[in-house]
Design a protein around this ligand. Structure first.
Ligand SMILES: [Ca+2]
Ligand SMILES: [Ca+2]
Length: 203
């Protein structure tokens, strides 16, 4: 019995050590919201041109906190969709856990999130909107199963050349603070994905 206690203590200490190591990352948004869409929504999401998307909270499949975002989608050729959180969106209550202006962006080299993959080979875009309203894109493939941390280094984002908001500064520079992030499964795929734990990674 005593030995088990010692082992348990060692385990707790080990886990604490791991948590400490992970503290280099800054938790930007744990997606711990009652999910709703529309103007008063907590998640800004929608789809068009034949694509469809449904977003809900998942408490069984999650990476951190009490829940993850569950995204059930059908992305058809010619269609589009978006699942966004951040500042200045149409959905008024979609702000991150942290405010963009309270983050020391110069200390971080990447934004990361966890995705629960299904090895569907779907391509997923992860966009960020910069301080000038410009949209930048990082693209990944769903080529794994279960939770995986996706690290998107800021210098790997490409400015979107297919579409920019009218009021974007279009200066080709990634201007901090970042205000919004957005997931977009790309056309030609359908399925269910989960997202959680959006963090910044220290330089
Ligand atoms: Ca969470
Ligand atoms: Ca810019």
């Amino acid at each position: 019995m005593r030995r088990i206690t010692v082992l348990a203590a060692a385990l707790v200490l080990g886990v604490a050590g791991l948590c400490f190591a992970a503290d280099n990352n800054l938790l930007l948004d744990d997606l711990e919201v009652t999910v709703s869409g529309g103007p008063e929504g907590t998640v800004d999401f929608g789809a068009g041109n034949g694509s469809s998307v449904d977003v809900s909270a998942s408490s069984d499949v999650k990476n951190s906190g009490n829940q993850a975002l569950k995204v059930v989608y059908d992305a058809v050729p010619g269609g589009y969709m978006y699942i966004a959180r951040g500042q200045g969106l149409d959905a008024k209550n979609a702000n991150w856990t942290l405010k963009p202006e309270d983050v020391k962006w110069a200390e971080y080299k990447a934004i990361s999130f966890y995705m629960y993959g299904t090895d569907s080979k779907a391509m997923i875009a992860f966009d960020i909107k910069d301080n000038g309203g410009e949209l930048w894109r990082f693209t990944l493939e769903d080529n794994f199963k279960g939770w995986k941390q996706i690290i998107c280094e800021f210098d790997k984002f490409m400015v979107r050349d297919d579409w920019q908001p009218e009021d974007a500064d279009k200066n080709g520079q990634l201007d901090f603070p970042i205000k919004i992030f957005q997931f977009e499964p790309l056309p030609g795929s359908k399925g269910t994905l989960y997202f959680d734990t959006v963090e910044l990674v220290k330089k």
